[in-house]
Design a binder for this molecule. Structure first.
Ligand code: AMP
Length: 293
């Protein structure tokens, strides 16, 4: 149990798989539907929207907070990734989560840990190209969390669209008995997708950052007007580079397979990843835009 000096926190947060399973047992015995929302903490309204979606689709909501070292590359931001456990627990309590799993690294990766879960399709390009072991790290930790918690439902954001598709495939391929639900991207008023990494942005970078969303919306509009996929993506890249972003990719892809599309398209996902100063930002939009949101 977490020593937060507070009775609420001591019943609300668990650090070991044994305590997690013990806390879940009565709910499971009562036939309650359990949802899991995995996170890396530093919670914002995007994470909390998944908790809300979980609450409306399940009887009990478990959130996990674990900054997973396996999904960070050696030159990435694992050490400086924002951490605010006490604040996160308060936010999760206010959002109505029933339990929070906050494992230490040694609980997830005990000495001698040597198993890797990898999904070969869907992960090789886009973010996988510039973050070589990232998706294996995500697939391994998500598999562990799903086995530890055994939820009926697990929720992931469309913000990490490639990750969401990979997890759906992973669960299907390994026959993990869980429903995967994607939640829509929550944005700032100016369009910037909420992200724990936005905290890294300097004031001037923060002013530039919404151009990422504006640009992929412009690419999506170009596609709707019949402009070819390659052409529209190239125009998006040009616009971002001109504004000072270091562009990793601007891509127009099949929304289910993530295969590249070219020429005029009717259904697609426009995805982009950029570096702005020291901060990596990703975003994506659907073509056509969803009508029910
Ligand atoms: P993270 O803590 O960044 O690993 O994110 C945990 C979950 O929250 C993932 O499923 C993300 O896709 C999701 N998420 C992150 N940002 C947003 C956002 N702006 N809107 C909706 N979901 C998000």
């Amino acid at each position: 149990m977490v020593a937060a000096g507070d009775a609420l926190m001591s019943t609300f947060a668990v650090r070991t798989v044994t305590d997690l399973r013990q806390s879940l047992a009565p709910w499971r015995k009562a036939g309650e539907r359990i949802a899991l929302v995995p996170t890396m903490g530093a919670l914002h309204d995007g994470h909390l929207s998944l908790v809300a979606l979980a609450k409306s689709n399940a009887d009990r909501v478990v959130a996990s907070i674990f900054v997973n070292p396996a999904q960070f590359g050696p030159r990435e931001d694992f050490n400086r990734y924002p951490r605010d456990e006490a604040g996160d627990l308060l936010k999760l309590d206010a959002a109505g989560a029933n339990l929070v799993f906050v494992p230490e690294t040694a609980e997830m990766y005990p000495h001698g840990f040597s198993t890797n879960v990898g999904v070969s399709d869907l992960t090789e390009d886009l973010c996988g190209a510039s973050r070589p072991n990232h998706f294996d790290g995500v697939a391994t930790v998500v598999t562990k969390l799903l086995l530890q918690c055994a939820p009926d439902l697990a929720l992931f954001g469309e913000k990490d669209y490639q990750q969401l598709l990979m997890i759906k495939r992973l669960v299907r391929d390994l026959d993990i008995p869980v429903e995967i639900l994607g939640g829509p991207i929550v944005r700032e008023k100016d369009g910037l997708a909420l992200s724990s990494r936005n905290a890294y942005l300097s004031p001037s970078e923060r002013k530039t950052a919404p151009l990422l969303y504006q640009t992929i919306v412009a690419v999506a509009n170009d596609l709707r007007q019949g402009r070819g996929a390659d052409d529209a993506a190239a125009a998006g890249r040009f616009k971002l580079e001109a504004a000072g972003f270091q562009v990793d990719y601007v891509a127009v892809r099949d929304p289910e397979t993530l295969k590249p599309l070219s020429g005029p398209v009717e259904r697609a996902r426009v995805l982009a990843a950029v570096q702005l100063g020291r901060t990596r930002l990703i975003d994506n939009v659907a073509v056509p835009a969803p009508t029910n949101r």
